[in-house]
Design a protein around this ligand. Structure first.
Ligand SMILES: [Zn+2]
Length: 141
């Protein structure tokens, strides 16, 4: 998938994950429309995600709107994302909370654009969804 001019705000999941650069959204067949989208092509564990469902039940779009943020459930996910993917969800939420989701998505768009082909880089394996270049070699991400 080529990186579009902008990443729509609704791809920012309640927990701070950018669903646009998730493997489930980048697959060619039946791409997921993100945690805030419909359930049709959503991976099972995302359908049953406690965090997403908790935010919905409490009437929040994003967890950082909640008075209990960051709760233990979100802290566990943040830790796991940092360790497994070097993705800092706390920082994502901080930017989205202070400057708005669009500002975060602007940064994210630059961060996850393949330098070779302008494709979208998968944040989980750092591989470009368009040309398969592994961007882990460029450091930073
Ligand atoms: Zn590429």
């Amino acid at each position: 998938m080529k990186m579009p001019e902008s990443i729509p705000d609704y791809f920012l999941a309640p927990c701070g994950v950018n669903c646009f650069v998730c493997y489930a959204h980048l697959k060619n067949k039946k791409p997921c429309s993100g945690c805030l989208g419909d359930d049709n092509n959503k991976p099972e564990r995302c359908k049953n995600c406690d965090i997403k469902n908790c935010a919905a039940e409490r009437g929040y779009t994003h967890c950082f709107e909640c008075s209990t943020y960051p709760c233990t459930v979100i802290k566990r996910l943040e830790k796991s994302y940092l360790q497994r993917y070097q993705v800092d969800l706390r920082k994502n939420c901080e930017i989205a909370n202070n400057q708005g989701p669009s500002a975060l998505m602007k940064d994210e768009r630059i961060k996850w654009t393949c330098p070779k082909c302008n494709g979208v880089i998968n944040q989980h394996d750092k591989i470009c969804s368009e040309c398969n270049t592994n961007s882990a070699q460029y450091g930073d991400i």
